[in-house]
Ligand binder design. Sequence first.
Ligand SMILES: Cc1ncc(COP(=O)(O)O)c(C=O)c1O
Length: 533
Amino acid sequence: MFLPADGDNELVADSIAQAKHRRPVLLDVPHREPQLGDGDLDLAPHNACPPEVDVERGLVPAEGHVGRYVLDLTVATPHLRGEVVDLGLLPLANLLYEHPPLCCCPGQGGDHQQRGQEDRGCQPPHKPSQKGMAHPVLRLTINCSGAMLTLLAGGLSVRDERPIHYRIFGMAKELEREGKPVIHMEFGDPYVEVDPEIVHSMCMSALSGHTHYSQPAGLDEFRERLAEHVNKRFSTSFSPSNVVVTPGSKIAGYLAIRALARPGEKIALVSPIWGVYYALLREAGVEAVDIRTSFESGWVPDEEAVHEAVERGVKAIIVNNPNNPTSVVLSREVVRAVAEIAGERGVYVIADEVYLDFPRGGFYSFLETGYENVVALYSFSKSYAMTGFRLGYAVADERVISEMTRLLQLYFTNVPEFIQHAGMRALEMPWVVERVTRTMWGRTDFLASELRRLGFEFVYPQGAFYVFAKVPSPWRSGAEFCEALIREKYVSPAPGEGFGGYSGFVRFSATAGIEVLREAVERIRSFLEEHGG
Ligand SMILES: Cc1ncc(COP(=O)(O)O)c(C=O)c1O
């Protein structure tokens, strides 16, 4: 479905085409190696758009420029095309796209000028060029409103907006392919065998025919057990209608964001935080409002900063407690204070509590505050080491759960029944949680004490299996440190840049077994020595 620009809008299309003469619209992701630091690449928020078309970023003007725009993008990767199409545009029917691409044009180099001229009168479909690599062109026709600008920006920001540690993981994998003995410390996958009984129950479920479409929110029986599980733990009174089962808690987080905020609205997050949240917010076209904390304050949020965020009209605050990357556990008082401040304006708290089983001392959940506007996120990935099962759930009021379920059905249909049966079996085996947490405490203590011996500074991990340490000199940033460590010693931690721009820090995951961690520490020691540390 393609609508040619008409009337006044032709002018706008024209100005875009002219802008193209000066700056070609070429999304260049695949033509360059992923760079450390790319995670910081950010698009200007749509409402801060410059008045003229910023072709490179694909932004079109904001206020007062409602109308139809035509924008041709040279899409050098199907990945981008997929992202644009999958961006969650379905509910916003005023973005029309032609898919598959309209025409193929030559790639980079001197062709741009010529391509820009062609574009002015470009009528689809064009024949693929004979010259060089063909890059498909995706023509977007945009009926432009504020919301649309956000979407467009979101679409183009997929240049490479994965959290930086995903790309570090890519580099590490590349070195592994070259046969290098890489030690992964950048991911949060506890390397503990999934209990065979859980695997067995999944197989039995599949073999007995639980292999069809199912209820989008999750099996009634499973939701009932999950509600009971939560109620028993936190003395709450949730019913199955307060629970939605999701393909991992990451998706629960995304669905919560989508349920609570529209494109162009704001959500705050207490950082540092698992960096995926920034990407999820961008995907949803939602502006991130950072509530920053500091090493000096023990990574505990300042009440005043939470107040300020709430006053900025945010729709929700994302709090990850226990925290990834700092492993800090917030006290009951702090949790209550955040809930209270949110309550002053009825702002939701999205409480990511996937590490709830790891604190060595107590853990106080946002669900225990009695505050009603809480969406709590949980996972089977950490407590049961079931990362590959992709199983999580959210607990919230019925209105939010039903909106999350609507979106889940649209995108994912449902979590497979045999996976849910595995989850049900896991709930009956609390000793598995005990085993996983004890194993992870042992590893975390080992890593933390060894890193301390090497001179690293950090807040001692209290409730997750990460050490978030200051970058030692002479390195100037987490990205620089990580890049050098991977290239020289094949040890791959995650730079602090990926957790909300904390470039002075680096996160080490204690997910591997002790022997692997010992080897990692040895390599880090020799790395520091070779660099005069
Ligand atoms: C804080 C946090 N939330 C959510 C997730 C996602 O977990 P899941 O595997 O349930 O999607 C992670 C994974 O590392 C995490 O660290």
